[in-house]
Write a protein that binds this ligand. Sequence first.
Ligand code: GAR
Length: 218
Amino acid sequence: MTVRKRIGVLISGRGSNMSALINACKEPDYPAEIVTVISNRPEAPGLENAALAGIPGEVIDHTSYSSREAFEKDLDKALNEAEVELICNAGFMRLLTQGFVEAWRDRHLNIHPSLLPAFKGLHTHERAIEAGVTISGCTVHFVRTQMDAGPIVAQAAVPVLAGDTADQLAARVLEAEHRLYPLALKLVASGNARVEGERVIHRAFHSAGNTLFAPEPG
Ligand code: GAR
């Protein structure tokens, strides 16, 4: 029987990456299950999709807290109450303090729509087009205190086409995100990818199509 890691997904909005993870978790042998979805924004559309999938959703509205620490205390409490083993940020647009990050160190993933360490932060696709890169993509990494930084689990590359608008590139990258995040979570939840120092060591080389790449075996 597959042992499933208990996942808490953090969202702030649409939650399409959350939906990709929910779908992946339906596979009988998938090594993870989503036990809670938490949004820091009450109006996040992703909450409805979580409910439709039968996953308990919760709002912890950061605007009703006077400090980041107070918000994170309740976030941590909710994750622990749900017995979460691994957090997946899925469009969670909130910077976390060192205390929270350290408490969940190596048990916390994020997806970012660029080939990190390039184009951290906001307006990723505009900046990629402006820089004239011909390849962009997305990255799943373990969370560290620096924004959009930390040991890389897997990356997917997509072409930047001549005349692309930021929206066109974002849509192409998002498709890759929906394939990459389930793959990366599977690698981590199954123990086939683990952090050693500030690098991720892979037990075996994994790829799923020629646009997804993972590091060579460790
Ligand atoms: C995704 O493109 C994700 O990579 C990005 O926000 C979007 C959320 O979409 N995250 C970041 O930029 C984090 N720095 P979704 O809500 O549909 O998953």
